[in-house]
Design a protein around this ligand. Structure first.
Ligand code: 2P0
Length: 330
């Protein structure tokens, strides 16, 4: 074993993942499609800890609580099973934005951890196997091992991985309305949705159709169609989530105001399309040439950042280690 460091970026889905067919293997009820970003990255170092009986997680310079550590250990148990090892490790991870802040997602976290841990335990994984491994940590993480636009196949344990899709060059204008931690995790909210929404079955079947349409639109480089499906599918997800018992609402008045502003931009001839994940922040999909104008138009609605397609998860060279929690930070 050796100490390794990896970096991964979050992704924003254009066709959303919401619901599992298999909780233990994190198999989604339907496929999804996303763009891996070039910002908001997570960097993770895995250090072998011989003689220790438990793993340790250090998140943004602090030792993490038991719940977060348990989730990391459950994931590392998959890595240990593949490697035939019982070795415990220290995981040191930093996010370029605070954890739980909408975009510091579990996707970048588990994509970086899967990449670093696979190398630390000397596993020789191809792209598909790495994506499958990341999926076992968090579903959306399997899309963050892939650069640019990625499709995640619903599949079974063997065939549920993400892979690149040809797509036009696009930008996203991220409007952060609230950088705070979510009140309810995606995992819990998904479970409640599958258990209580009367619309769940229709969501699953219609998502397969949206995904097929989206893959075709990407291959055709048809930005308008990509945008239309993106805005529609995201709002369907929020409608679905609101239909749970008890209801969950992630969008706030400020989020809706951004949807309105984007609709107005379209009336002026600028093609822009909104989407939002399990929180109030809105991400606006645009052509590269329109990104600055849209960012300017949305100034005042929240903190604005223009992002583009980013790299897949990657190992970093020796010397890139995340510092230990007790060390002085520069
Ligand atoms: C997505 N989200 O497709 C959707 C849209 C949030 C809203 O994937 O339980 O953190 O770890 O598999 O991956 C968030 O779900 O859930 C998510 P788990 P995950 O990006």
């Amino acid at each position: 074993m050796r100490t390794t460091t990896a970096r991964a970026y979050p992704n924003i889905a254009l066709v959303k993942y919401w619901g599992k067919r298999d909780e233990a293997r994190i198999l989604p009820a339907a496929g999804s499609l996303s763009m891996t970003l070039d910002a908001f990255e997570t960097t993770t170092t895995v250090v072998p800890a011989p003689g220790r009986a438990t793993d340790i997680l250090e998140l943004d310079g602090e030792v993490a609580d038991e719940e977060a550590t348990r989730r990391i250990t459950a994931f590392l148990d998959h890595v240990r099973a593949l490697a035939g090892s019982e070795q415990r490790v220290i995981v040191r991870s930093t996010n370029s934005v605070p954890t739980g802040a909408g975009l510091a997602s579990s996707a970048s976290g588990f994509a970086a951890l899967a990449t670093a841990a696979a190398a630390a335990f000397d596993l020789d994984l191809d792209d598909r196997a790495l994506s499958r491994l990341a999926r076992l940590g968090s579903g959306s993480a399997c899309r963050s091992t892939v650069p640019g636009v990625a499709v995640w196949h619903a599949g079974d344990d063997e065939t549920s991985f993400a892979e690149p899709v040809e797509a036009p060059d696009m930008r996203m204008v991220v409007v952060t309305v609230d950088p705070g931690r979510k009140a309810i995790s995606s995992r819990t909210a998904m479970r409640l949705t599958a258990a209580t929404s009367p619309f769940y079955d229709a969501w699953v079947t219609s998502t397969e159709q949206s995904l097929a349409d989206m893959v075709e639109a990407c291959e055709d480089k048809d930005f308008t169609r990509i945008g239309e499906i993106t805005e529609s599918h995201g709002l369907r997800m929020h409608a679905l989530i609101q239909s749970t018992m008890p209801p969950i609402r992630f969008l706030r008045p400020q989020s809706i105001a951004i949807y309105d502003a984007v609709e107005k931009l379209r009336e002026t001839g600028i093609e822009a399309y909104s989407t939002a994940d399990a929180g109030p922040n809105v991400v606006v999909l645009v052509r590269p040439g329109d990104a600055e104008a849209v960012a300017t138009a949305l100034n005042g609605y929240g903190q604005i950042r223009i992002v583009g397609p980013g790299p897949g998860a990657q190992l970093l060279p020796e010397g890139s280690e995340v510092p230990a929690a007790t060390e002085e930070r520069p």
